[in-house]
Design a protein around this ligand. Sequence first.
Ligand SMILES: *Cc1c(COP(=O)(O)O)cnc(C)c1O
Length: 380
Amino acid sequence: MKKEDILAHLGDDYGKFMGAVIPPIFQSTLFVQPTDSNDVTTDEYIYSRISNPTVAVVEEKMAALEHGEQALCFATGMAAISAGIMSCLGEKAHVICIETAYGPTRAFLGDYLKKFGVMTTFLTGNSLEELEAAILPDTCLIYLESPSSYVYRLQDLREIATIAQKHQIYTMIDNTYATPLQQNPIDFGIDLVAHTASKYLGGHSDVMGGVLVGSKELLTPMIEGERALFGASMDPHQAWLVLRGMRTLQLRIEKHQENALKVAQFLENHAIVEQVFYPGLASHPDHELAKKQMSGFNGLVSLIVKGSQQQQMVFLNALQNFQYGVSWGGFESLIANATVGKELPGVPQGLFRLHVGLENLETLLSDLDQALKKAAIVTD
Ligand SMILES: *Cc1c(COP(=O)(O)O)cnc(C)c1O
């Protein structure tokens, strides 16, 4: 099945859902069980912390889109990521993680799990020698995020999966940047793929969610294991909103990508911009690798504005069409300040992240232009 058709129709069951074109929200905590052979109920569903028919439609679509055997939905992206990581850990555990991975993921590995004796080595992920040298006898997981947060660094998925298999180490990736449309890590041998649905999958900044995709061997035990025990399952209403978002994912991603590439090119040629980070630009250090393992990009563009910190803040405050806020992946344009008041490994000071939304491109470009010009005339 083609990806557009999976997004539009996989999981539709007009017979089961009384002709409803949209799978209904099964807003029910429990499902009564058959007690004799004449009973009309089935024993497919028991309790919504374990499984739910509306949630199951999202899972069916995600498994198909990511070329995995199975998918499991969670309450948030972090619920999927933390459960996925936990499922790979043994009694003595060492993890290797990309230093520019999503902040809460790094905090979970580097701070929280440390309390339980889990050690994590953070590295750039830019060289296979660096990675091989970090492998210890207790290494049980290599955690990737490609493209990574803020600077969009890539890791060579096929090479890393090969090394990991040689050492019998699990590999897991946060594939949120790419969505299942632009990259399918399981095709390269990665074991577990995590997504937050709170970004492009939902797409309207009104729903949170998370998904894990992988083999049945890895995921089936998690239904009664990490998902049921930690209890961060997806709610049927959430699933219904994620499904609503997924129906237009392809169209939205194409538009975000188109607008973002134009914004990135405009910024790269702007006199008041120091540096632009967009893996779709030839100037990005991983542009060639991206051509090998990805089929496209998204709406995230980072930049460093020339001048003092004061000038950079003038730029931020002068923007009218990019609201200052965290998150991304909705219809709206946003700007986030990565490094204000803190040092992030692998992220240069003064970096701003833009999420280029679905607004008119000229509106966005002229807004950026006027804000950059205001920054340029400030003198300390
Ligand atoms: C937002 C984000 C997450 C976390 O998702 P939540 O749904 O907020 O828990 C994980 N990874 C990446 C790359 C993200 O941008």
